[in-house]
Design a protein around this ligand. Structure first.
Ligand code: FMN
Length: 315
């Protein structure tokens, strides 16, 4: 059975719903030796800040059961290098680029957005709001509806109207729907979920924290149920807002699970991108679903009812 994998990020159409996750493959260049970067839905670049950054001291990674802790500290070359080197390269390869931005103040996000507004080849902007607000005691933007909205409003005002802006949410909040609501009201065209969960590991030999930065973000299979829950809750509240889902996706079946919860596209560890595209296609076909878009939010009662009413429904 032929499956139509075309997917949408807001009004932008992608050839398939599989994207890289920000931070897991720089700006895409290192992936070209493994697969054709134009063949996946889009490359999501590592969150870029205004100035180059060296990141946190090492060790920055710790293995944990079913997941990994990282405290990279947004190491990166800064926006100039992205605009002059990485974005043109992605464009020359025919890849679609979702540019992820990060800042320490609302003004920094605004400045990044202004710099991106003139660049060609930006398919969408993902705003990483899981950053400490240096003007508010280091309180993470993504954990406060007002601060999250202020960032999104500033970015949306400066990005070209035809480039969708996605707010990347943190699961480390009591009510993710409240944060999602604030971002949507501030003009976000879509939401990305989920960033890593804050965790920590202690070396019981040295009796000290494993990571030099003490705490780190937990990713990998351990967090998939949290991702499914967050996407589910937000899709229930805002069924028309597109979601880029991520968190513990390793196979096409995992990607399908996030889509059934409500994700329109799915991001993950880039090494497996082409395999996950193939596996997702097989999983959809084996369920009689001939369009990837039909799987989005399909686990929700309201969507099931709507699909059952269609002639020739597979349900
Ligand atoms: C090493 C590493 C670096 C990351 N860097 C970023 C980043 O720069 N910006 C961002 O929004 N998310 C970053 N993330 C979070 C991922 O994009 C993703 O949201 C998270 O890891 C959950 O997905 P996963 O379980 O498939 O890895 C990073 C994750 C890892 C493991």
């Amino acid at each position: 059975m032929a499956v139509d994998l075309k997917s949408r990020l807001g009004h932008v159409e992608l050839p398939n719903p599989i994207l890289t996750a920000s931070g897991c493959a720089g700006a895409g260049r290192e992936l070209a030796q493994f697969f054709d970067v134009a063949k996946i839905g889009a490359v999501v670049t590592k969150s870029v800040m205004l100035a180059p950054r060296s990141g946190r001291p090492t060790p920055r990674m710790a293995e944990t059961p079913s997941g990994m802790l990282n405290s990279i500290g947004l190491q990166g070359p800064g926006i100039d290098a992205l605009l002059q080197r990485d974005l043109p390269w992605l464009l020359s390869r025919g890849a679609r680029a979702v540019v992820s931005i990060a800042g320490g103040t609302v003004d920094e996000y605004a400045e990044l957005a202004a710099r991106l507004s003139d660049a060609s080849g930006v398919t969408a902007v993902e705003v990483n709001i899981s950053c400490p607000n240096v003007e508010d005691r280091g309180q993470v933007f993504a954990c406060d509806p007002g601060a999250a909205a202020a960032v999104i409003e500033a970015v949306r005002a400066r990005i070209r109207y035809d480039v969708p802006v996605f707010a990347k949410l943190s699961p480390d909040v009591t009510d993710i729907v409240a944060i999602a609501a604030a971002c949507v009201a501030a003009g976000a065209d879509g939401l990305s979920m989920i960033n890593t969960l804050l965790g920590m590991a202690i070396d019981t030999t040295t009796l000290r924290p494993v990571l030099a930065g003490v705490t780190g973000g937990l990713s990998g299979p351990a967090i998939k149920p949290v991702a499914v829950r967050c996407i589910w809750q937000v899709h229930e509240a805002f069924p028309d807002v597109p979601v880029i889902g991520m968190g513990g996706v390793r196979t096409g079946l995992d990607a399908l699970e996030l889509m059934l919860a409500g994700a329109s596209t799915v991001s993950h560890d880039p090494s497996a991108c082409p395999r996950i595209v193939r596996e997702l296609e097989e999983e959809l076909a084996s369920r009689g679903i001939d369009r990837a878009a039909d799987a989005v939010g399909l686990a929700h009662e309201s969507r099931q009812a709507a699909i059952r009413r269609r002639p020739g429904s597979v349900l």
